[in-house]
Design a protein around this ligand. Structure first.
Ligand SMILES: CC(C)(COP(=O)(O)OP(=O)(O)OC[C@H]1O[C@@H](n2cnc3c(N)ncnc32)[C@H](O)[C@@H]1OP(=O)(O)O)[C@@H](O)C(=O)NCCC(=O)NCCS
Length: 176
């Protein structure tokens, strides 16, 4: 069978030069339909500064998704600590530039993110909370090996409630 070769995907630490990428991802209303609408330029700058300070070995790890042989910036992916149902877990989020969507980039990036979260070694599970009416993000969870635990009401951003699916991926080997 023919078919296109999958695009090589990798993650690299979020860097000072990535502000324009974040502006495209979070400032575009069409990208933020399921996330409470576009963020203001000020909010995006604050978020960018926090992402630059994050670290893969800590409780907040943010990456640029790079794709293709030239390692061009294709999106953002990251995880951060969250208290969830009495446990400290990691929550994941992701976003891919519109012109690069539908090519498996987010799914491969989510698998790489799970590897990083596993190497971090401090957490039992990585969760993701896509809105129930965000088919692409729910598909990313399913294809990256997360298990759907059911629907929950989730506050994001503050004061804005969304009906979401709670997807979870175990980070520890349950058989050991
Ligand atoms: C969610 C998002 C990151 C997915 O990125 P992507 O690189 O296009 O994802 P993939 O190519 O890995 O696609 C994953 C699956 O979603 C499916 N999908 C994509 N758009 C879809 C849609 N509108 N309806 C149904 N399925 C869809 C794809 O077909 C693919 O499944 P398949 O391989 O079985 O066909 C991207 O749509 C995005 O940035 N959205 C805006 C931000 C956002 O909502 N982030 C998630 C917050 S929880």
């Amino acid at each position: 069978m023919g078919g296109e070769q999958p695009i090589p995907v990798d993650l690299r630490a979020w860097a000072p030069g990535d502000l324009a990428l974040l502006e495209r991802l979070l400032g575009d209303p069409s990208m933020m339909t399921h996330l409470g609408g576009p963020e203001t330029p000020e909010k995006i700058r604050e978020r960018h500064a926090r992402y630059c300070r994050s670290s893969a070995s800590g409780a907040d790890a943010q990456f640029a998704i790079v794709a293709g042989s030239a390692h061009a910036a294709a999106g953002w992916i990251g995880y951060w600590e969250r208290e969830w149902q009495g446990q400290t877990v990691l929550e994941a989020g992701w976003s891919v530039l519109p012109e690069l969507q539908g090519r498996g980039i987010a799914t491969r990036a989510a698998r790489l993110l799970a590897d990083r979260a596993r190497s971090n070694g401090r957490y039992r599970a990585l969760h993701a909370f896509p809105a129930v009416d965000n088919p692409a993000s729910n598909a990313v969870c399913r294809k990256a090996g997360f298990r759907c635990l059911g629907e929950v009401d989730f506050e994001y951003p503050r004061g804005h409630f969304l009906r979401c699916n709670d997807w979870s991926l175990e980070l520890t080997d349950q058989n050991r």
